[in-house]
Structures are given as structure tokens and as C-alpha cells.
Design a protein around this ligand. Structure first.
Ligand SMILES: [Cu+2]
Length: 169
């Protein structure tokens, strides 16, 4: 029973976050808490983050992304190259059934190039994510302050608790 109580406590702890959750569902995919960092005036690149969940038994693959405010949008990851963290483009981001892909600063992210306007704090950034099975999922990322580490003033991306598959609420 201890485990049940513990998971119950987790649920209560996370309830306030989930209550203000911005979640988008299509097919077996749920995109939760999408956000981006505000960009300074002249910047033409930006990055967006989110938790992407796939239903049990319904693995999917993120294959593309686009936004009306960006000329080009890519899926990026970070990797070590000769001791230096570098980001590079990836063609696909697989999401295992019943698990989450957590896109966050210094990890996998959605990269926006040729921004037509700066990303303004407090505004919403429309992005279309394209999945192999779920198809197009239109989301709106909240634009947080330039140094933000997570959405809604949080200091991490929700869902990044090292227990993917347990956070099914
Ligand atoms: Cu990048």
C-alpha cells in the first residue's frame, strides 16, 4: 500500500500544475506544457520545449514541426562532441508507448529559425508538430522570460521526474 500512497501524494503535488496545464491531444499523443523562451529584439532563432506523451501500446515518432512565425523549424538534440556539448538536427524523435519524450533546455528541443518577429514574453507561439501516426498536432507554447528553465515559473520541464510511464494522470 505504501507505493499507492506515495503515488497518490505525487498526484496531489502535481495537481496544481496539471490544473493550469496546457495539454493538446491527437491520436495517442498528448503534448503537455509547451513553452518557449522570449527572444531579444534582433534574434532570429528560438527554441521550444514540451512533454510529449504516447499512450500505452501506441508508440509514435515526431517527424517534423512548423510555425507561422518561423521560416524553418527543426527537431534538435544535444550530444557530446570532443567534450563539447553541441546541438544537432535529428530527423525523428521516437516516443515509446506509455512513455514521454521530455523536451527541455540542454536536451532535445524544437528549434525555430528565421523568426519573423521576436518571441514576446506572455504571448503564445503557435507550432504544428507532425507525428508519423497521430498526424498534425497544433499547439500553442507559452512564451516565458528569457532565462526561464521551465513553463509557468517552474524551474524544470514538468514530466521530467525520471519515472516516465508513471505520470499517467
Ligand atoms: Cu537547437
Amino acid at each position: 500500500m505504501t507505493r499507492g500512497i506515495w503515488l497518490g501524494a505525487l498526484f496531489v503535488l502535481w495537481a496544481p500544475v496539471c490544473a493550469m496545464a496546457d495539454e493538446y491531444e491527437a491520436g495517442g499523443i498528448t503534448v503537455a506544457h509547451p513553452w518557449a523562451r522570449a527572444t531579444p529584439g534582433g534574434a532570429t532563432v528560438g527554441a521550444a520545449y514540451a512533454q510529449i506523451k504516447a499512450k500505452d501500446g501506441e508508440p509514435d515518432v515526431l517527424v517534423a514541426a512548423s510555425s507561422p512565425v518561423a521560416g524553418r523549424v527543426e527537431i534538435h538534440t544535444h550530444s557530446m562532441d570532443g567534450g563539447v556539448m553541441k546541438m544537432r538536427r535529428i530527423e525523428k524523435l521516437p516516443i515509446a508507448g506509455g512513455a514521454s519524450a521530455v523536451l527541455k533546455p540542454s536536451g532535445d528541443h524544437i528549434m525555430l529559425f528565421d523568426l519573423k518577429e521576436p518571441l514576446k514574453e506572455g504571448a503564445l507561439l503557435p507550432i504544428t508538430l507532425v507525428f508519423e501516426k497521430a498526424g498534425e498536432v497544433k499547439i500553442e507554447a507559452t512564451i516565458e522570460p528569457p532565462g526561464a528553465k521551465g513553463p509557468h515559473g517552474l524551474d524544470d520541464q514538468p514530466g521530467d521526474q525520471g519515472h516516465s510511464g508513471h505520470d499517467k494522470h
